[in-house]
Design a protein around this ligand. Structure first.
Ligand SMILES: [Zn+2]
Length: 129
């Protein structure tokens, strides 16, 4: 499935996050957080998500539905799109220093004022802060 661009794989993984079992979700969240820091993790994600037959089928369907995953990756605020959040999470604009800390589980981050169309990335927890 490596013919898909990394951004699309990240977007599909993010879209599927809510349906994963907790253990898998943590692994995927970790890989997405690394990706947000600029580490190339899409092949690792593909590998992880291909181990389970049901998950692999969902991922393949998402990747095949051309525009959907792209739009999910590039725009926030589309109908039905929700960020998966919990208290203490921090969301970051991929284009500037904007950060939005989550106060309670399920709270939706406010989009960046300078880049309102950018989808906020979940920022990794700050080490030793
Ligand atoms: Zn921004």
């Amino acid at each position: 499935m490596s013919q898909y661009p990394p951004e699309k794989i990240y977007a599909a993984a993010r879209t599927l996050l809510p349906v994963f079992a907790p253990t898998l979700r943590r692994q995927v969240e970790d890989l997405l957080a690394q990706a947000a820091r600029g580490v190339d993790t899409h092949l690792h994600l593909l590998d992880l998500l291909s181990r389970d037959e049901a998950t692999r089928r969902q991922l393949r369907d998402l990747l095949k539905s051309e525009d959907v995953a792209y739009h999910l990756g590039e725009y926030s605020g589309l109908s039905g799109e929700q960020y998966v959040t919990k208290a203490g999470d921090k969301f970051a604009c991929p284009h500037c220093d904007y950060r939005y800390p989550i106060g309670e589980e399920g709270e939706q981050p406010v989009p960046c004022k300078q880049h309102p169309k950018a989808r906020l990335e979940k920022a990794p927890p700050e080490e030793g802060a």
